[in-house]
Ligand binder design. Structure first.
Ligand SMILES: Cc1cc2nc3c(=O)[nH]c(=O)nc-3n(C[C@H](O)[C@H](O)[C@H](O)COP(=O)(O)O)c2cc1C
Length: 305
């Protein structure tokens, strides 16, 4: 029997394949498309202290090999999540990782602490790609010192495994990763969307109402792989969840070889709601063809000499 199970920052995962925040609703929406128990984990849409309506339309557009979104972190808020979304997730048979954010450090701490206290939440993933209102709107995750303060404050309020979801919109992903881990994070999710824009030439207008959005899909896979590899090379003991343009079992293997021990399927869920299950089958097929009996053998196994 081939072993697909991995350990990740204290979580036992039956598969290294999770689904990514914002691309898989709150899990229930996808229940009729695939067996959720086949997943190693579900990461929820990002939760904020209060519900949010998100940005004006249009807030999604297709690009070559991907899409740009500026949803504006629309979500049901902590109370709505606890009352209406968590009861399903508690019974879904896989790890429930709740993505969360705030506009200030105090909001992050309040949100993280409230989610940490909920039965049925297995781990927290902190989205640090949000603008820091008190620092002129710069993303929290782009400056080591800002990130350090944020992670320290949240760590003190959160007992469950805490993952920091890195933004690729930074100059040195390794120093940002070090700051997150030294401040108490248990693992890293690498990466969020890349800042981007698209223009409608005939109308001479941006295709997204907020002008800028986040690029995702296969277009970002090489960038994400590079960042996973860089972080793993510098911090080999840190659990990494690899994210960016995963569409196939072989894509998963590439992220594992680069140093991720879990991966997250994102944009592909929109085109193919059962993608994560198919990708899991393809991973099994790859292992069988390559005569690998434990998926853990692949993690960090890239040959560079
Ligand atoms: C429509 C949409 C909404 C997203 N919402 C969130 C979110 O709420 N929080 C977050 O941390 N990442 C969010 N993401 C980022 C994804 O979780 C993922 O990091 C990114 O899309 C790259 O993976 P992919 O190329 O497989 O989509 C969102 C992505 C998309 C496309």
């Amino acid at each position: 029997m081939t072993n697909l199970g991995v350990k990740f920052a204290g979580l036992d995962c039956s598969s290294p394949i999770w689904t990514a925040s914002g691309t898989f609703g709150y899990g229930a929406e996808f229940d009729r498309f695939l067996d959720l128990r086949a997943l190693g984990g579900i990461v929820t849409k990002g939760i904020s202290p209060k519900p949010r309506a998100g940005n004006p339309l249009p807030r999604i557009c297709e690009t070559a090999a991907g899409m740009i979104n500026s949803i504006g972190l629309e979500n049901v808020g902590v109370d709505g999540f606890a009352q209406n979304k968590l009861p399903f997730l508690r019974k879904c048979g896989t790890n429930v990782v709740v993505n969360f954010f705030g506009e200030t450090i105090d909001e992050y701490v309040a949100c993280g602490a409230a989610l940490d206290a909920l039965d049925g939440v297995d781990a927290l993933e902190m989205n640090v790609s949000c603008p820091n209102i008190k620092k002129g709107g710069v993303e929290f995750g782009t400056e080591s010192n800002v990130l350090r303060d944020l992670v320290r404050a949240c760590r003190a309020a959160i007992k469950k495994p805490l993952l920091i979801k890195l933004t690729p919109n930074c100059t040195d992903v390794v120093s940002i990763s070090r700051a997150a881990i030294e401040s108490g994070a248990d693992g890293l999710s690498v990466v969020n969307t890349i800042s981007a824009m698209a223009i409608d030439a005939r109308r001479r207008r941006p295709r997204i109402a907020t002008i800028f959005g986040g690029l995702s899909g296969p277009a970002i896979k090489p960038v994400a792989l590079r960042m996973v590899f860089e972080v793993h090379r510098a911090l080999p003991d840190v659990p990494i969840s690899g994210i960016g343009g995963i569409q196939s079992g072989e894509d998963v293997v590439e992220f594992l070889l680069a140093g991720a021990s879990t991966v997250q399927v994102g944009t592909q869920n929109f085109a193919e709601p059962s993608a994560a299950a198919r990708i899991g089958e393809e991973l099994k097929q790859f292992l069988s063809e390559e005569k690998i009996d434990d998926v853990n053998e692949l993690i960090g196994g890239l040959k560079i000499k």
